[in-house]
Design a protein around this ligand. Structure first.
Ligand code: T4K
Length: 398
């Protein structure tokens, strides 16, 4: 079946599909979870009353405390966003030269923070099942300038943390996990954000758990947290002492208040996403050429994303054709993560960015598609998306 750039193919079959499946309202890949407005208004009233807007206010302190309890960790440092948190994590471990081994299959922030810290990214290929940095590829990339490894728990699936740690220990490397997608994920009943030297979370509006914009560094020791806290506040240790070249990475009271309310509903949000994930899995399991991920034994997942892999040969349509066609039905999926970070013009000339070095990532980036998933998404919409996937495939066989 051929698709045009300007719209769907004009056949009776397609018109019939449009009549049956086109959604009245656009459905986006995600929607933020909104706390009850009255509760947020109450908090705004408090902010107005106390006139404390940022710089470690009462909501910030409470959010940090409650988050630590919720995540089952000791040391949380809140940030204005996940990107600045990643930037500071590198500074906190004094990684500001040389090379860092990382994955190309991630949001640009993971690689850009290396560049901003004057570090050369070295791209390592990914695992075809969990889409995370493949530990088997790390060792051959280690050289005299290698300082650290930055893996990403892509779509919330835990990296192979034991294998990565064993390599890091063998070569004396630091490990910083980009845990932007991994809020609340546990592996063998242990929070995944306890892995490595530091872990970094994002609380962006598009994330499962949000504080509008926001992020956090999870430290392993009190001393690490103290350094992180100095660095995110210009390096101030007291009113008159600057202990190092810090930055402004602070979260404000409006974000912290929103985050606190999001904590009240996070379990419900995950439960609904889990139900919807089951509906997707049942609906798509029988559609040839659509690869879906399964739960990993021993992992408590957070169901933050629903990625699928489209095998054009078997499905009969490419990922890009499907992405474009779904828009005609008011379904707005996203190609997370296409292109690869190694394909950006600023990194494409690095030796490790060559396609030959990254065969799995190069394939996955062409096939990946994230389908709409958020707590208030209707089950009927998920069923419609699955129905369309099956209809498109059947159509390509005609
Ligand atoms: N590391 C990783 C692995 C990451 O994925 C990210 C961020 C980071 C680091 C950096 O963390 P932050 O500095 O962002 O805290 C979005 C997010 O902006 C980004 O936070 C996230 N990853 C990435 C995966 O997704 P876009 O450019 O796709 O977002 P956008 O604006 O196109 O939104 C997607 C959909 O969400 C829209 O089509 C509709 C819906 N939406 C979005 C917003 C902002 C809403 O319904 N309401 C909203 O307010 O990057």
């Amino acid at each position: 079946m051929k698709t045009r750039n300007t719209g769907p193919p004009e056949t009776d079959w397609m018109n019939d599909l449009l009549r049956r499946y086109r959604l009245a309202e656009p459905v986006w890949v995600t929607r933020p979870t909104m706390p009850p407005l009255e509760k947020y208004t109450e908090q705004l009233q408090t902010i107005w009353d106390v006139r404390w807007l940022t710089n470690n206010g009462q909501f910030h302190q409470e959010f940090e405390r409650r988050l630590a309890a919720h995540l089952d960790v000791e040391y949380v440092s809140l940030f204005c966003n996940g990107t600045i948190a990643l930037l500071v994590a590198l500074q906190a471990l004094r990684i500001n030269e040389g090379e860092v081994i990382t994955t190309p299959f991630t949001f640009p922030a993971t690689t850009h923070v290396l560049h901003w810290n004057r570090i050369r990214p070295v791209f390592c290929d990914i695992d075809p099942v969990d889409f995370n940095l493949d530990p088997n590829g790390i060792e051959r990339l280690i050289g005299p300038d290698t300082k650290a490894i930055i893996p990403v728990h892509v779509f919330g699936t835990p990296c192979k943390i034991d294998a990565i740690q064993a390599i890091a220990d063998r070569y004396g490397l630091e490990v910083i996990y980009d845990a932007a997608h991994a809020f609340g994920v546990r592996h063998n009943n242990r929070p995944i954000v306890r892995a490595g030297d530091l872990s970094v979370l994002s609380f962006h509006a598009t994330k499962l758990f949000s504080s509008i914009e926001g992020g956090a560094i999870i430290s392993r020791t009190a001393a690490q947290k103290q350094r992180v806290d100095f660095l995110k506040n210009f390096g101030f240790s007291d009113e008159e002492t600057v202990i190092g070249p810090g930055i402004n990475g602070k979260m404000n009271e409006f974000q912290a208040a929103f985050g606190l309310l999001s904590l009240d509903t996070i379990d419900e949000e995950i439960a609904s996403r889990r139900r919807l994930t089951d509906v997707y899995r049942k609906g798509l399991r029988g559609v040839p050429g659509v690869g879906i991920q399964s739960d990993v034994p021993g992992v408590l997942h957070n169901y933050g994303y629903f990625p699928v892999l489209i095998d054009q040969e078997v499905y009969g349509m490419s990922r890009d054709e499907l992405y474009t066609l779904l828009k005609e039905f008011n379904i707005f999926t996203r190609k997370y993560f296409y292109p690869l970070c190694s394909q950006f013009s600023c990194y494409a000339t690095l030796p490790s960015a060559s396609a030959a070095n990254l065969p799995v990532a190069e394939r996955v980036t062409k096939q990946i598609l994230c389908l709409p998933l958020y707590g208030t998404l209707k089950e009927a919409t998920v069923q419609a998306v699955c129905g369309l996937f099956a209809e498109f495939h059947a159509g390509t066989r005609r």
